[in-house]
Design a protein around this ligand. Structure first.
Ligand code: 147
Length: 717
């Protein structure tokens, strides 16, 4: 435990409403989407699923969030996968796709007052009207967003409170004004516009255009590093950090989140802060692993983890509500003299008071972005002096957390009811603490019995898609490119999985040349390992290799050689560099088979089955692995090392291809590959290059309809 300086001086901080209030508080929220961050959540066993949802949304239980922001699916990759659009095509409308509707209803079940906010990342191709620009014909996106809001009400009885423009992409002033008009014309005055979910550029436009200023209710910026700009504050509009956090959810992530929740108001006058993401419910091998308030990425086992950011949230959320007011800077809001910060919030009737204090140290509260300038925090004594109408408070409740970095945390502990003689509260603060002082008596550290232990993805695995509602997404499949839905087939296949996207979408992560689709499933090697463990199947020969968390967010867990000096050898030698050998390839060996059929109308050219797919997210376009493509019309196959088919291993004719359904089988064992069509060997190859582990994948060579059924995954051992 590092030693921190302790200052004997006791500094007094007034908490006083005499000089009036600061800004209105709008709430703390989580973001599901941007993209597919909750895809595995629906697949949990019912009991654990309900527990997880309680930790997120149930008032006075866990994170008890005030706001839920969701992606409006756009049929394109938006970070951890693709979320389905409610309108794949201009002639299509469906409000049962994906999981955001379900999630919003589960949130409302637990907290009917939770506020809902929708934002698109990508758009289906037709919104671009022949271009990749959604503002070519602004009527199209405006009506598309309108339909999503109306559909939420009509099909799910969900009232949307806030709507955004286009995540971190261009906004268009005419579009924003039109959106406001379209909402008003449809009796949706209550739906308020947040703009523009990016940087501060929108402030200039607001200042130069009074009609635009009228259309926009909230200025929403991303990852502001707790700072805002004077011109934004001067608009008088409420400012939100409408996407923030995005940090691995260990205690440093918890420290980041605690610091943001206070200092976003103290430094930047932000009155709403939203965590990307709500819950890390996606495969660990995808980018930004575990960047959620908690983790639930093992639905086949039921295991989940309630990480410290849940309890950091609780310090504010359980003792405030949207509509409360902050006190003014200097009389309840500010920085502590020896490091850290405090905010005070008051209920609308002026009677209830909540004070949140944090003392997060620099190194224990670094967020993903932007860089955090150096500062120091010390142990310190403080006195809170209640003044104005708070002078008559005689008792408060204190809750505290101590984040620790070498042992067990104390998170969200109800300490004591403190008597307040003469309006004075004395506290000794340690470093990396959060303390809430409140007149609110409810508040609870919710808990459930430990969930079942984590297990690897179950093999053998069989999926025939019969158990699902039409247009839903089957469990464990994590679509990266394209949108795949359960549909009823015409023939004897019963229900099947169909790729639905017919044209290149208006991208969020751009790859205009790209036309493939990809849906992945499975386990992914060592990313699942805990820090400081030894991954299976490596037989270290010289040196010691341990799984560690890398310093950057892209590589997540890495394998690190940790020996610094030449050891005193048992078998003597003069080697000075480590060598690690992987001694057992079995865990990369897999056999997978699936039935495929190309759509009779709007069909694709080809479909593929793949193994060892090594990348997802916005890197999906560059995925390597072993890809077995078939092109039924041409009666050809190709075997490639990459999704985009630039690295050809082999190609040739397929003699026994049939009209309609064909069965594809791919077996990878070490460096041996075998592929079959309809039970007959198509190729056999020894390779030297493909990744050694990765997902099972399936998809198409171009946008268009393709069907998949009877996915079987076997361990070949
Ligand atoms: C955000 C996205 O909005 C999220 O969907 C998710 O991808 C998140 C992951 O951290 O990132 O996009 C940003 C990407 C880069 C920056 C800021 C936001 N950046 O470099 O400042």
């Amino acid at each position: 435990q590092p030693k921190y300086i302790h200052y004997a001086e006791d500094v007094t901080y007034p908490v006083d409403d005499t000089s009036g209030y600061g800004r209105r508080f709008d709430g703390i929220g989580g973001l599901s989407g941007g993209g597919a961050t909750s895809v595995l959540l629906q697949n949990y066993p019912e009991q654990q699923r309900n527990e997880i949802l309680d930790y997120l949304f149930k008032p006075n239980f866990g994170a008890s969030l005030h706001l839920l922001k969701v992606e409006i699916g756009g049929d394109a990759q938006s970070t951890e996968g693709t979320e389905a659009s409610h309108m794949h095509n201009s002639w299509d409308e469906n409000y049962n796709r994906g999981y955001e509707w379900w999630l919003m209803k589960e949130a409302k079940k637990r907290n009917p007052n939770i506020l809902l906010y929708g934002l698109p990342w990508a758009w289906p191709g037709w919104i671009g009207n022949g271009t990749r620009d959604p503002y070519t014909d602004i009527e199209l996106p405006a009506n598309y967003i309108l339909k999503w809001i109306l559909g939420a009400k009509k099909y799910h009885n969900l009232t949307i409170d806030f709507i955004g423009i286009w995540n971190e992409q261009a906004y268009d002033v005419k579009y924003i004004k039109l959106l406001r008009k379209v909402l008003d014309n449809n009796s949706l005055q209550h739906v308020r516009i947040v703009a523009a979910d990016g940087g501060w550029g929108i402030v200039n436009d607001i200042n130069n255009d009074s009609d635009l200023a009228k259309a926009i209710d909230f200025i929403g910026v991303h990852y502001p590093g707790t700072e805002s700009v004077m011109s934004a504050i001067q608009t008088g509009k409420q400012l939100w950090s409408s996407e923030d956090y995005s940090t691995f959810n260990d205690n440093i992530g918890g420290g980041c989140w605690a610091r943001l929740l206070n200092q976003n108001y103290v430094n930047g006058r932000f009155t709403g802060t939203i965590s990307w993401n709500l819950i890390a419910s996606y495969y660990d091998a995808l980018p930004f692993a575990r960047n959620g308030l908690m983790t639930a990425n093992s639905p086949w086992s039921g295991n989940y983890v309630v990480n410290s950011p849940i309890w950091m949230s609780a310090h504010t959320t359980q003792f405030t509500l949207p509509g409360w007011k902050y006190l003014s800077h200097g009389s309840g809001v500010g920085k502590l003299k020896y490091g850290g910060s405090y905010v005070s919030l008051v209920s609308p009737d002026g009677k209830e008071l909540t004070i949140v204090i944090e003392t997060m140290s620099h190194d224990h509260s670094i967020c993903v972005r932007p860089p955090l300038p150096a500062y120091t925090v010390a142990q310190q004594n403080i006195t809170i002096k209640l003044g104005g109408s708070f002078a008559k408070i005689t008792e408060v409740t204190a809750w505290y957390s101590q984040l620790k970095f070498d042992g067990k945390n104390d998170t969200f502990m109800q300490k004591v009811d403190i008597k307040v003689p003469n309006g004075l509260i004395h506290l000794r603060l340690d470093v990396d603490q959060v303390v809430t002082i409140t007149t609110i008596k409810v508040g609870q550290k919710g808990s459930y019995p430990n969930p079942p232990p984590s297990k690897p993805f179950p093999v053998p695995y069989k999926e025939d898609f019969e158990a699902y509602a039409v247009s839903s997404q089957p469990k464990y499949l994590s679509q990266q490119l394209g949108a795949f839905e359960v549909q009823r087939s015409n023939g004897d296949h019963g229900q099947i999985l169909r790729q639905m996207v017919l044209e290149t979408p208006v991208w969020w992560c751009k790859a205009d040349h790209f036309n493939h689709t990809l849906n992945v499933i499975g386990d992914f090697g060592w990313y699942a390992y805990e820090e400081v463990s030894h991954p299976n199947n490596f037989a270290q020969q010289v040196g010691v290799f341990e799984v560690r968390k890398s310093e950057d967010t892209q590589h997540r867990n890495i394998l690190r050689q940790v020996v610094l000096h030449s050891p005193i050898h048992w078998c003597p030698n003069n080697l000075v560099f480590p060598i690690n050998l992987i001694g057992n390839f079995n865990w990369t060996d897999i056999s997978v088979s699936v039935d495929v059929q190309i759509g009779k109308e709007n069909g694709t050219d080809g479909v593929f089955l793949a193994a060892r797919v090594d990348k997802g997210g916005c890197q999906s376009f560059y995925a390597n692995g072993v890809f077995f493509y078939i092109f039924p019309a041409a009666k050809m196959y190709s075997l490639t090392y990459d999704l985009s088919r630039t690295q050809l291993v082999a190609k040739g004719p397929i003699s026994n291809i049939q009209d309609g359904w064909n069965n594809l089988e791919l077996i990878v064992e070490g460096y041996q590959l075998r592929g079959s069509v309809n039970g007959q060997l198509t190729f056999e190859h020894t390779i030297d290059k493909a990744p050694l582990s990765g997902f099972i994948g399936m998809g198409t060579s171009s946008y268009g309809i393709a069907d998949f059924d009877n996915l079987h995954i076997f361990d070949t051992n």
